[in-house]
Design a protein around this ligand. Structure first.
Ligand code: FE2
Length: 153
């Protein structure tokens, strides 16, 4: 399935997909760097972010990661999030936030074609763990605001 087909599919829906449905859609979509070329934003000090598409209840961003670039530890303001790596290698750390206490729960490496689906309560951090450029798609349902967190110690 092309990226255009995915967005058309999302636009036709009358309700957001569940997390398992979103995972299923992201596993089927095939995206190349050419598909997102106008949205690659290279910045020297941190990752670049460009809105690719905005629907009635979803937003899709392209993130461009230089070597070592990292996000903050953040949630998505109550939105669900689907990530798909389309170039390079990213590492994702997931956290549990309970009673104001942040605990790391999992770390995984995402290569090209791999993704991650996060529920509305998820807290995570993403970084480019390679020496190459990395590019990823981030689909937020329904749209996104961020809260950031500091890790103890
Ligand atoms: Fe995120």
């Amino acid at each position: 399935m092309s990226l255009a087909t995915l967005l058309h599919t999302l636009d036709r829906r009358t309700a957001p997909p569940s997390a398992p449905e979103l995972g299923h859609l992201l596993r089927r979509v095939e995206v190349t760097l050419d598909d997102v070329a106008p949205h690659l934003v290279r910045r020297p000090e941190t990752y670049g972010r460009s809105c690719f598409w905005s629907g009635a209840w979803a937003e899709l961003f392209v993130l461009t990661w230089g070597p070592g670039h990292s996000s903050t530890i953040h949630d998505h303001g109550g939105s669900s999030c689907g990530i798909l790596v389309i170039a390079g290698l990213l590492q994702e750390r997931q956290f549990c936030l309970r009673h104001g206490q942040l605990t790391a729960t999992a770390t995984r490496t995402l290569e090209r074609g791999r993704g991650s689906v996060l529920g509305s309560e998820a807290v995570h951090q993403v970084r480019n763990c390679s020496e190459e450029l990395a590019v990823s798609l981030h689909l937020y349902l329904p749209g996104v605001t961020f809260n950031t967190y500091a890790e103890d110690g």
